[in-house]
Design a protein around this ligand. Sequence first.
Ligand SMILES: [Fe+2]
Length: 273
Amino acid sequence: MTIRIVHLSDIHFGCENADALEGARRFILEQAPDLVAVTGDITQAGYPREFAAARDWLDQLPCPSIHTPGNHDTPYWSVVGRLCWAFRDYGRYIGPDAFESASLPGVQAIAINTARGLQPRLNWSKGQVRLEDAALACRRLAAGEGLKVVICHHPLMEVTGGPMTGRVWGGVAASRILAEGGVDLVLTGHVHSPFGHPLPFADQRTYAVGASTLSLRERGVPAGFNVIEADEACIRVTAQGWIKTHFEPQRSWGFDRRPRTPGETSRPAASAA
Ligand SMILES: [Fe+2]
């Protein structure tokens, strides 16, 4: 059984790349994946009209979707709003701001919220993760069968060579919890640049995967999204990039899956192409 997930991020409705977004919509309609995962920054400034546009777009998808908020999904230009009702409009239009989940044959997914409206540091847009949230995600995923996926907005560990940082408070410790908890994939956005690497904990079979953006806020790579295909032995990630009129594969990664049965021989952790 092969599971297919389309991983979108940082659409930034209000500043979206309309052509690329329409291309992504057509791609998803044609490919009919099992699940669409949207890893935050769904809007540009958290305005209701941006969330409404996002809701209209998401409602056109032919498959289930799971979402998590990013720092841009708070009332970006209102300190009072970010302090008092950071995820109110996200909740009205998109869904719960934490622990949204999807349970499908062959895949279990759950969202952790790493975005905050305010933080006791100058740059409130960086990430935070509660370790108890990571532990709870592991417990909930353990109850189901198949590929175990956590989604959040900020990469929990810094991306080597990435165009920006996440600086997630608690990110390294949460990564360890997710790896020791048997999570297969941690899907994120924020840096607007695709990546894939094993987390350096436990059996190194938990993989951090980031998607590009579908907005005009490109950071040195084309607008795009990831296609994730997982069978019993392998997880393949392909970053699709928007080349003026169409999507083309830009990079791909192949990861060995954690053995499913006790006693199965381990193989090298990962390969990239
Ligand atoms: Fe973003």
